[in-house]
Ligand binder design. Structure first.
Ligand SMILES: Cc1cc2nc3c(=O)[nH]c(=O)nc-3n(C[C@H](O)[C@H](O)[C@H](O)COP(=O)(O)O)c2cc1C
Length: 347
């Protein structure tokens, strides 16, 4: 590898996760664990009535996002709807980049030919990009996409490898390679695998060889060792996106950055201890944040918090207490159990 590649710092992205990484979650994570280079919104679904619906508006508006570095994501298979949403996200909300979702594996999305469902129709996908990038090029503009005077934001893609089989990917990649995407984020699984099995790293390796775009790796980075493995396998890839690993350990980004700093300074790595005090702050701010977002609706807040413990529970050996929390019927009961759990960690 060249010296240039080794000095370029790694960038860390927080994956979009529908129902979880909304504006409250992102703000709280960014406050407690600053260091992510980007967060992505869960997908916005434009239709003939609106580019951005009221719930999506609340998620993308600057009022709810403060200084969080954010890229909105759009899910559609219609070029005119994508262009409408992209224009609106730039003009009304000031976003310089929009991400197209070509990875969502959910059956309702796939059955409409969207998300990873769109990957099953390469001809249609090519026509989609033709139309989108022709419009971007033709738009009256005083700058490149994403710049202030430009009509459209930059366009990036988050993709899976196909619907059924990784053999589909070379044709899909050939399409991506023809258009000026600002970056390509690859989750190397096919739709039918959902989140099961092992990511197809050999197929990602093919993309590293053959794709001219700036690449981001996404998938199953749960801990430092997983990260080091990806870094060693793909030393030219300078961006990683983390999802569930950050739900399980929201401090993981700080650990990865500490490791990078340690390596840059040529020091020995002595491991990393997460702070349970900071985790408590994160937990408490999330709880307060959701109560504010949901106007005090304790039932829904309880649901949100319990969902998180499916991941966060891994940080606590006190399995029985975590199980009780996940079964709690009242927010008050949940809060008491959470306080006990953190007390058991000395905070
Ligand atoms: C509950 C859930 C919701 C998700 N929602 C989205 C989404 O809105 N847009 C998207 O591109 N990916 C979505 N994903 C996929 C993640 O962004 C990411 O690609 C996936 O979790 C793999 O990364 P990980 O192994 O680091 O978690 C979702 C994943 C989960 C588990």
């Amino acid at each position: 590898m060249t010296g240039e590649n080794t000095v370029e710092p790694m960038k860390f992205y927080f994956a979009p996760m529908e129902g979880i990484t909304g504006y409250t979650f992102r703000q709280v994570h960014h406050t407690c664990y600053p260091g992510m280079d980007r967060y992505f919104t869960p997908f916005i679904s434009p239709n003939q009535h609106h580019a951005v619906n009221p719930k999506e508006h609340r998620d993308v508006t600057g009022d709810n996002n403060g200084t969080v570095p954010l890229v909105p994501q759009v899910l559609t298979n219609k070029p005119e709807l994508f262009l409408w949403a992209a224009r609106e996200l730039k003009e009304k909300y000031g976003y310089e980049e929009v991400n197209l979702n070509l990875g969502c594996p959910s059956r309702t999305v796939v059955s409409k030919g969207k998300g990873s469902g769109f990957l099953a129709e390469p001809d249609k996908l090519e026509r989609f990009f033709d139309e989108v990038f022709s419009a971007v090029e033709a738009a009256p503009s005083e700058g490149k996409p994403g710049e202030e005077g430009a009509g459209y934001p930059r366009i990036s893609v988050k993709t899976r490898l196909g619907l059924e089989d990784v053999q589909e990917f070379p044709d899909i990649l050939r399409i991506y390679n023809q258009y000026p995407l600002s970056e390509l984020i690859i989750h190397p699984r096919v739709q039918k695998e959902f989140y099961k099995g092992i990511p197809h790293l050999e197929v990602f390796a093919g993309a590293v060889r053959e794709c001219p775009h700036s690449l981001c790796y996404n998938g199953d980075i749960w801990c430092l060792e997983d990260y080091i493995r990806i870094k060693e396998l793909f030393p030219t890839v300078k961006k990683v996106m983390l999802g569930r690993g950050l739900l399980a350990n929201p401090e993981l980004v700080l650990e990865l950055k500490a490791y990078e700093n340690c390596m840059a300074e040529g020091k020995e790595w002595n491991g990393y201890q997460i702070s349970h005090a900071q985790l408590k702050k994160y937990h408490d701010l999330l709880l307060q944040g959701y109560l504010a977002q949901m106007n005090g609706d304790a039932t829904n807040v309880l649901f949100k918090m319990k969902e998180l413990w499916g991941f966060l529970g891994q940080q606590f050996p006190e399995e029985r207490l975590v199980k009780k929390m996940v079964k709690a019927n009242k927010l008050k009961e949940y809060e008491e159990l959470a306080a006990r759990l953190f007390e058991s960690r000395g905070v």
